[in-house]
Design a protein around this ligand. Structure first.
Ligand code: CDP
Length: 205
């Protein structure tokens, strides 16, 4: 079976949590495409050319456990504006999306560019303040020394860069279902996402 779920949205909207839960619930594979950009961003911090880094990305680099820092997130959103970097990552994402058994991909351009024919498209969002608070708790939980104000500024800066770039800007895809999680608990957000996916799966089977 080919079944693709595309989940997009701004920084720290809860895409990761929702994607993992949807994948586990339905037995689908999951790709966090932000990790691709974070791995490339990380290499640029080491002085490597971003285009070269994107063309030579290895599974080992993606598996590095410490890609989810604020510094790497900023570096990721800077390399993500470069068309050659995005182009180098397309084939990997598309073949992942087509894998047997189905897949969930989350990112910024999954429903618009990578998988415009996805069976389900979700656009997950929340207010910048709510997203920043969630990310603040995640970063502090991982031992980072950050303030709420820094995290909010980082989230706003990345959102602006992601939405204003000319290549694959962040926006809801045609036909995407909007899920605003500002006032939802994690459980509520998950059950809504699962309901939407179940409806499409039932239609398909
Ligand atoms: O977890 P969070 O939402 O903060 O970020 P992420 O999904 O790990 O993505 C990090 C950065 O990579 C984003 O700010 C985007 O600039 C970029 N990205 C992208 O351009 N396209 C994607 N499909 C995924 C991430």
């Amino acid at each position: 079976m080919n079944f693709t779920v595309a989940i997009d949205g701004p920084a720290a909207a809860g895409k990761g949590t929702i994607s993992k839960a949807v994948a586990t619930h339905f037995g689908l594979a999951h790709l966090d495409t932000g990790l691709l950009y974070r791995a490339v961003g990380r290499r640029t911090l080491e002085g490597i050319d971003p285009v070269l880094a994107s063309k030579s990305l290895t599974a080992k680099e993606l598996a590095q456990g410490d890609l989810r820092t604020a510094e790497i997130a900023q570096a990721a959103s800077k390399v993500a504006v470069i068309p050659e970097v995005r182009a180098a990552l397309v084939d990997f994402q598309r073949s992942f999306a087509r894998r047997d058994g189905g897949a969930v991909l989350d990112g910024r351009d999954i429903g618009t560019v990578i998988c415009p024919d996805a069976d389900v498209k979700l656009f997950v969002t929340a207010s910048p303040e709510v997203r920043a608070e969630r990310r603040y708790l995640e970063l502090v939980g991982n031992g980072a020394d950050v303030t709420r104000a820094q995290v909010l500024a980082d989230v706003r800066e990345r959102d602006a860069r992601d939405m204003q770039r000319s290549e694959a800007p962040l926006k809801p895809a045609d036909g995407a279902i909007l899920l605003d999680t500002s006032d939802l608990s994690i459980d509520e957000a998950l059950s809504r996402a699962i309901l939407v996916v179940k409806r499409e799966l039932d239609l398909k089977s």
